[in-house]
Design a binder for this molecule. Structure first.
Ligand code: HEM
Ligand code: HEM
Length: 184
């Protein structure tokens, strides 16, 4: 490990960024691009079913949801095939499993939001504008948001916890407030 000896022979630790695993530029672009697209989706959300009577809004929502789902699938395949978590190998199995569950949960909720949104649009377009089926699909759409808000809160808390641990997980994905740690 990298150490410096100063004039009186004592070892000086260097303050440097930790040389640990980092995600590829494309992986980071997918991650942060998605954060922006997802929050844009929430910002421009449909508030009431009746709004879909506006045909151009219905088409725009459907196009957005299709593009969102395609990007999500592309991201998932790319991440699975080329990237691995930055969690240190000596982390407990319980913590590794918890991280996996939260990450897969985020993907599942994002997919569920897009698919249920597209189903709402399709049902509305097919003139099924009331009744059990469309109400059920809207409940799935809304429930997916309740779950994902919880998962995002856990995910950000865990990322901050790793930032505090200074184990390199934060630096692997986050381009700001970088860890500076003593190599000793
Ligand atoms: C300020 C907000 C956020 C921070 C600081 C953050 C931080 C991180 C960090 C440090 C990792 C790497 C974890 C590891 O290597 O095991 C990661 C991965 C991940 N993050 Fe976030 N994240 C944020 C927001 C989000 C949001 C809003 C989502 C989803 C809606 C999300 C979804 C994911 C997923 C699925 C992964 C696993 C890697 C992948 O497949 O892309 N993150 N995040
Ligand atoms: C990825 C794409 C989408 C995002 C991010 C999104 C976002 C949201 C959000 C944040 C809500 C509020 C949920 C809540 O109350 O907890 C919502 C509700 C809703 N969305 Fe989406 N949505 C998407 C796709 C769609 C699509 C494609 C349609 C239909 C064409 C649609 C139709 C609706 C309707 C009808 C509601 C509920 C209105 C009500 O409560 O009566 N959404 N959406």
């Amino acid at each position: 490990m990298k150490k410096n000896k100063n004039s009186d022979g004592k070892i000086d630790s260097l303050l440097v960024s930790k040389p640990v695993k980092t995600y590829s530029l494309l992986a980071k672009t997918f991650h942060w691009g998605f954060v922006i697209v997802f929050f844009y989706g929430i910002f421009k959300q449909v508030d009431e079913l009746e709004q879909l009577a506006d045909n151009s809004l219905l088409r725009l929502e459907m196009a957005f949801a299709v593009a969102f789902l395609l990007m999500l699938v592309a991201r998932f395949i790319y991440m699975k095939k080329t990237q691995t978590s930055a969690i240190p190998t000596n982390t407990s199995n319980l913590q590794k499993s918890a991280a996996k569950i939260v990450h897969y949960g985020l993907y599942a909720c994002l997919a569920s939001i897009a698919v249920s949104g597209m189903s709402i649009g399709t049902l509305y377009w097919a003139n099924i504008k009331s009744g059990f089926v469309i109400e059920f699909v809207i409940s799935v759409h809304e429930f997916s948001f309740t779950v994902i808000y919880g998962l995002i809160a856990i995910h950000i808390t865990a990322a901050l916890y790793h930032r505090f641990l200074q184990d390199g997980v934060w630096n692997s994905m986050v381009p700001f407030w970088k860890e500076q740690t003593k190599l000793d």
